[in-house]
Design a protein around this ligand. Structure first.
Ligand SMILES: Cc1cc2nc3c(=O)[nH]c(=O)nc-3n(C[C@H](O)[C@H](O)[C@H](O)COP(=O)(O)OP(=O)(O)OC[C@H]3O[C@@H](n4cnc5c(N)ncnc54)[C@H](O)[C@@H]3O)c2cc1C
Length: 386
């Protein structure tokens, strides 16, 4: 068993680290959070490094489908800026991974080279006001009219809907009784006529805004059905397939990055903060908190990268990806809260980053399937009797 990081991943980590030192200084990242503004110009600089090609096959201008590499990029970006890490996911994963896996030949030829160049972002339009964990209950309707698809309904918490070029949208496309056989994915340009977007202010992930998106008679070409004609009413297998496993890993990698940042800041603070004549790092209460955080961080890293390795090898990883998502995101939440305890008042003040890590970390067990849903997956797939 070899747990050492391969050289190409080390190089990748170093590339992202140098980008972060140059383009993601703390004051810049704090400003994005305060203004809740998406920094497209910085994402364009990231794209210029060619990193979004990590999920795109070579014949379409990418570097090949490198899931471990994508996780390294997400983790390292999230360590400095959740915003930049999510933007990478919007392009390389929501776009590259999905289109590469289930797109039609025409969609691959048109979109994958643009994704490899980092030119286009994709928002995920899955959640609705009355369909969240239970995604098979979405009611946004898609009806065929000649060469077009007409869409009516509402998506909620659609992150980056306005900033992205496309909304990767889950729609009800067939008769209501066929719950799992009447869903499709369609690609809706974010400037399509009939779309109305309303910003939903949130406590974390500020800088990549979320929106309610209303679809009123939105018309798109039938060519935008993901997977082409063969993809009509095949949305559920696309959703429940390998793409979902990788999505869980993406959120786990976000958690790992935020947790790493929180541990590092708390560690440094504990070494520097003097009370009762010595650094607080010398007090057992603080030492135990930090030792616990390091242990959880280490465990989160192992569970994530083992699952990512399985996914990259094309091996079944439904259980492991749920475990990674559950463990790494809950660990991120606990570590950020522990970091806040170590920094105490300064972990609560907006002049430091810890309060942002707390706000961001609280989101991660919710998105990409809540922790309860991951626990359900693990128990069900391990065949615990119901
Ligand atoms: C900032 C932000 C960004 C987001 N971005 C996106 C996005 O880009 N695209 C998108 O489609 N969605 C997005 N979401 C939505 C997110 O994916 C949902 O919030 C998530 O799926 C859970 O839905 P819910 O919070 O409404 O909880 P619900 O599904 O209503 O569940 C409520 C509670 O009940 C529990 N629960 C539900 N069902 C079960 C069950 N069967 N067994 C046990 N417990 C259960 C849940 O764990 C949760 O604790 C975003 C959300 C936020 C806050």
């Amino acid at each position: 068993m070899d747990f050492s990081e391969p050289e190409h991943l080390e190089l990748l980590r170093d590339t992202v680290h140098r980008f972060a030192e140059r383009e993601l200084p703390r004051e810049t990242v704090r400003r994005w959070d305060a203004e809740d503004r998406f920094p497209r110009e910085t994402f364009d600089k990231l794209a210029a490094l060619g990193l979004t090609g990590l999920t795109v096959p070579e014949e379409y201008g990418g570097a090949g489908r490198d899931i471990l590499g994508a996780m390294v990029v997400i983790e390292e970006l999230a360590r400095h800026s959740l915003v930049m890490a999510v933007a990478f996911i919007d392009c390389a994963c929501y776009g590259g991974m999905n289109i590469g896996d289930v797109g039609s030949e025409a969609q691959k030829a048109e979109l994958l080279p643009r994704i490899a160049r980092g030119e286009i972002l994709f928002a995920y339009g899955l959640t609705e006001p009355d369909a969240a964990s239970d995604l098979a209950s979405v009611t946004t309707r898609a009806a065929r009219e000649g060469d077009e698809v007409v869409i009516d309904g509402t998506k909620r918490f659609c992150t980056a809907a306005k900033e992205a070029e496309y909304i990767y949208t889950l729609v009800r496309s067939g008769p209501a009784e066929a719950r799992y056989e009447n869903l499709s994915f369609v690609l809706v340009p974010s400037d399509a006529a009939g779309l109305t977007m309303t910003h939903i202010p949130t406590m974390g992930l500020r800088g990549v805004p979320s929106y309610d998106v209303a679809f009123e008679g939105v018309r798109i070409p039938a060519a935008n059905i993901i997977g082409g004609e063969a993809g009509w009413n095949r949305g559920w297998p696309m959703l429940a397939g390998p793409a979902l496993d990788v999505e869980k890993l993406e959120v786990a990698a976000l958690g790992l990055g935020v947790a790493q940042a929180a541990v590092e800041d708390a560690w440094t603070y504990a070494e520097e903060r003097i009370q009762f004549g010595k650094p607080i790092a010398r007090y057992q209460s603080i030492r135990h908190i930090l030792a616990e955080c390091r242990t959880r961080l280490h465990a989160a890293r192992l569970v994530l990268y083992q699952a990512a390795w399985l996914a990259g090898e094309g091996l079944p990883c439904g259980i492991e990806s749920s475990m990674a998502k559950l463990y790494a995101t809950e660990a991120a939440k606990e570590i950020a809260l522990a970091g806040q305890t170590v920094m105490s008042a300064y972990g609560y003040a907006t002049e430091y980053d810890m309060e942002r890590y707390v706000r961001d970390a609280l989101l991660l067990p919710i998105i990409g399937g809540t922790s309860a849903i991951q626990r359900n997956n693990i128990a069900n797939r391990l065949k615990l009797p119901r």
